[in-house]
Design a protein around this ligand. Structure first.
Ligand code: TPP
Ligand code: MG
Length: 331
């Protein structure tokens, strides 16, 4: 595949508004999460996806219900876009039993088998072999599903990246590898840990077709992913897309963000995926002030309901806390 250049293709108003609504929902959900984290309501690690929303929302459009999704620890966006409710995600971050992982996983381990959303992994690259295993299972059972595997640029430095790509190619498994290249792995810039920073090019070493995509433009993301997913589905072979994107916030809530300049961050903010898409929609006459106001109202309601749901949730009873952790002594 060649580099994808999509310049404002025509879309329908309902679809455009749906994409915008999901991106704004993810953005506001995370802004609220940051606030709740500062209040001590959410504890543990919290990695915000702000700036990268076009990747999760755009890519998810290409997936069908029978497909599997595997993500990294920066996965609130993917979880929401796949259909896990903000209620269940917020409760999970509170550590309550009404959370999507019963309060056992927290922000980094969102999970919902009914939606085939198989994590949330704290280990960099850890989801990649699991994605390959899911695709192998589908292939062996002759199920017409593909597996979408999201991972960061940091994962490219892991052996799991190379082992996963190799086996997926060798066994012709339907894995869609989706790299979210936001240029940094914690405080380490891509060019400080890779001799060759062209991530899409690395797939060639495993005979996997690949393309680089503007990750700040949701229409480019959707178009490229639909095209790629069709190839993976029809030809039962892996494919890799690299999305060039950027996180506007620090790596996590603990990161003082001293390894990049304010100017660089401001430069990328000019390409904010939400305002970029709002402009595209407005230019096509598909978005007016009333539409925007209605989206903001809808999102505000969703988020306050999620916080209520999480607040009202129960803590796990102390006597069952070790269930599913250790095998029972009788065994
Ligand atoms: C195997 C492993 N090594 C190191 C870490 C510590 N660590 C946590 S996040 C991270 C950076 C990963 O960056 P990237 O894959 O680019 O994802 P991003 O945070 O940019 O979304 C590192 C090194 C880890 N979690 N797992
Ligand atoms: Mg990164």
């Amino acid at each position: 595949m060649e580099d994808t250049k999509v310049l404002e293709p025509k879309i329908s108003k309902p679809h455009g508004l749906q994409l915008l609504r999901e991106m704004i929902l993810i953005r506001r959900f995370e802004e609220k999460s940051a606030e709740l984290y500062s209040e001590g309501k959410i504890r543990g690690f919290l990695h915000l996806y702000i700036g990268e929303e076009a990747v999760a929302v755009g890519a998810m459009q290409a997936l069908q219900p029978q497909d599997n999704v595997v993500a990294s620890y920066r996965e609130h966006g993917q979880a929401i876009a796949r259909g896990i409710t903000p209620d269940a995600i917020m409760a999970e971050m509170y550590g309550k039993v009404n959370g999507c992982s019963r309060g056992r996983g927290g922000s980094m381990h969102l999970f919902d088998a009914s939606l085939r959303f198989y994590g949330g992994y704290a280990i960099v690259g850890g989801g990649m072999p699991i994605a390959v295993g899911l695709a192998l299972a589908d292939k062996m059972q002759k199920r017409p599903a593909i597996t979408a595997c999201f991972f960061g640029d940091g994962a490219v430095a892991e052996g799991e990246f190379h082992e996963s790509l190799n086996l997926a190619a060798l066994w012709k498994l339907p894995v869609l590898f989706l790299c979210e290249n936001n240029l940094y792995a914690m405080g380490t810039a891509l060019n400080r840990h890779q001799s060759n920073t062209d991530i899409a090019f690395k797939a060639a070493a495993y005979s996997i077709p690949s393309a680089s995509v503007d990750g700040m433009n949701i229409l480019a993301v959707e178009d490229a992913t639909r095209h790629a997913a069709e190839i993976v589905r029809n030809e039962e072979c892996p494919l890799l897309l690299e999305f060039r994107t950027y996180r506007f916030r620090a790596h996590s809530m603990y990161d003082p963000d001293l390894y990049r300049t304010k100017e660089e961050i401001e430069e990328w903010k000019k390409r904010d995926p939400i305002s970029t898409f709002q402009n595209i929609l407005s230019n096509q006459g598909l978005l007016n002030d009333a539409d925007t106001a209605e989206i903001e109202r809808f999102v505000e309601k969703e988020i306050s309901a999620a916080v209520k749901f999480a607040e009202a949730g129960e803590w796990e009873a102390e006597e069952v806390c070790f269930n599913d952790v250790y095998t029972p002594r009788s065994l």
